[in-house]
Structure formats: C-alpha cells, structure tokens
Design a protein around this ligand. Sequence first.
Ligand SMILES: Cc1ncc(COP(=O)(O)O)c(C=O)c1O
Length: 379
Amino acid sequence: MIPYNKVHLSGSEEQYILDALLRGQIGGDGYYTAKVEKLIAESFNINKVMMTTSATHALELAMLLIDIKPGDEVIMPSFTFSSTANCVLLRGGKPVFAEVEKETLNIDPSSIRKLITDRTKAIIPVHYAGISCRMDEIMEIAEKNKLYVVEDAAQGVNAAYKGRFLGGIGHMGCYSFHSTKNFTSGEGGALLINTRDEKLLERAEYIRQKGTDRDRFLRGEIGSYSWVDIGSSFSPSDILMALLFSQLQEINAITKERKRVHDFYTELLQKYADRGILNMTKVPQECQSNYHIFYLLFQDMQARNYVMKRLKDKKISAVSHFMPLHSAKMGTSLGFKAEDLPVTEWAAQCILRLPLYPGLSSIELEYIGEELTSILEEL
Ligand SMILES: Cc1ncc(COP(=O)(O)O)c(C=O)c1O
C-alpha cells in the first residue's frame, strides 16, 4: 500500500535525542527547547516563540491570553480541526463559523464581515493545506473592528504570504508539529506572539508555566518562583524538542521534496482540470506554499468516493479531510445547520488528498499517475 503520509527522518534524530537524555534535563524548557525556539524565531522572523505540547494547546494558550470569556464570539472557518473551535468553547466563548472560498478552502473575508457583532472578540483564520488566507483583508477587518487575529497555522509552517511567514502576521500564530505535519516531533506545537505588548508577553510565560513565574526564575531574574496567574502545563519535554531540532534543520530539503511531488501531480492533472472534471490545489500568486497537502475537488461526492475506492483497490491511499464543524454533532448542538455553509459542505464531500511525503519515489509516482489517470478517464 502506498500510504497517504510517511514521517521523514532527517538522520540526526537519534543523536540529538540521546544528547538530550545525557544532558539530564528532559523536562520542559531545556537545551533543545531554547535551540528550537531560536531557530523558529530566526527562520520565520517571529518576535516571540513558545514551544507547546501541540497546536491544540497553543490555541488554548492564545485564548487564555486574549481573555475569551462567556458571551465572547470568535469567527473561524468550519472547514478545520476540532481544536480551532474547542479552544474558544473551553473559555466559555462561542465559535462562529464563516464560509470558505472555493479556490483555496480558506476563510472568506466577505463572510467574516457579515458575522461581526458587538460581541466579536477575535478571528482565527486557518491556513488550509499550507496556503495562506487573504491576510491583508483579514487584518484590515480586525483593525477596523478592534479584534485579535490568531492564525491557526497548524498546517502552515514554512509557508508565506507576500513574503511574510504564516503565524507571524496576526497578533498570534499557532504551529503544529504533529506526526502528520511537514516537520514533526510526534506531538508538538508552538505559540508565536507577534504583538510587542509587554504585559501579554509576560502573562504568556506565566500561563504556559502552570501559572507560575518559573521562566523569570530560570533566567535568574528572581530568587524563587511562585503561583502568580492561572495557567496550565503547555511546555513539551526536551526529548521531543531534540527530535524537532533535527527535523527543522532539514526544512529546505523536506520542502523541496514535497514540492517535487506537488509539481508532479499539478502537471499530470492539469488537463483534467481544463476539462472541468476536477479542481486541484491552487497556490495564489501572493502565497508561497509549504506543499503540505495536494488535493483534488470533484464535482460531487459520488465521483470523489468512486476515485477514492478505485485507488484503494490499487493499493494507493488517497483520503478525504475535515468533516465540517458546523454540521458535526457538536456544531448542530450549538445551533448551526448544514445548509448554513454550502461551500464548506461541498468541499468536505468532494475533496480527495493524494499521497504526499518526502521520499515518494518516481516509480511510485509513475504508478499513482497511471492508475489515477486511467480512473479519471472513466469519469
Ligand atoms: C487546522 C488545524 N488546527 C489545529 C490542529 C491541531 O494540531 P495538534 O495535533 O498539534 O494539536 C490541526 C491538526 O491537524 C489542524 O489541522
């Protein structure tokens, strides 16, 4: 079976993990955590990077920091992972689901505008597939209405919009280093803070460190640390950060390999897009992709399911993606209905993601290409 995804190992993982173990400091905020935070800050031009145990936790930390309270509304797409909405619900706030654009499956700024009320506190744009949302328009809406923007860049590490790296454009950004992502520590994430608000930066450290001023103590600024705020346990083990450090040293090689596969599919399938049989991943001119996902969008669910099943019979794993949040069990219990967001429903029913990972060989790609095109000719 050709899998949908395979973790790429850079080769130095074992050495760094062993080194972290031998350093004897395997809790949070050790040697490798500092190295990874510095590397991310420098590579992506980010003001403050705080490693977390997941993007889910980075989002939760962000909602704590902007003080989401019962009654507050946060606008986000429905075509996303449950964590984007849960972080708001956990603070007693209300996720408000906006429509996505057909071309990119990213949140539609015109849909955001329609959903703003005097209770709206923030927007969480999700950069789907490693391709940026229209950040200029989103930042303009936020500024006009005095809203926070927290980018869910779980899939957007090393992707950019008009030359700026994703996660570094809104007030805050969240990265994922889950094993399904381009660069991974198995489980892991980061909160990026782009605002220079000193109070917020200080609180971020407290909340991340179980509500204590431990970071200040570790820097030698105070003689002991104590409980100063609410908080939770968001810092990952240094063993995981050693693994991530090894992966992040291969950013360019991993991205180049993913691009190779992405380009192969684009070239192979252009004629079917021209014939109107399908749409495929498009990278708008102002966006630089990290090639996280290559997807096809068929005209209806029957066509998508047919191609998915035929590929599976040929031992090629192509997969669907997000089940929209607004029409899921939790979404409907919050009062949303499937028909509220027709483009989102269409995208979920018609999307098919093709295998994409470094090391997918040209022989395997040729095989996928032959099988896929022969199935598409039947449509
Ligand atoms: C858009 C989005 N947000 C959040 C997450 C959660 O990431 P993590 O698994 O690191 O918590 C994911 C995971 O796939 C995601 O795709």
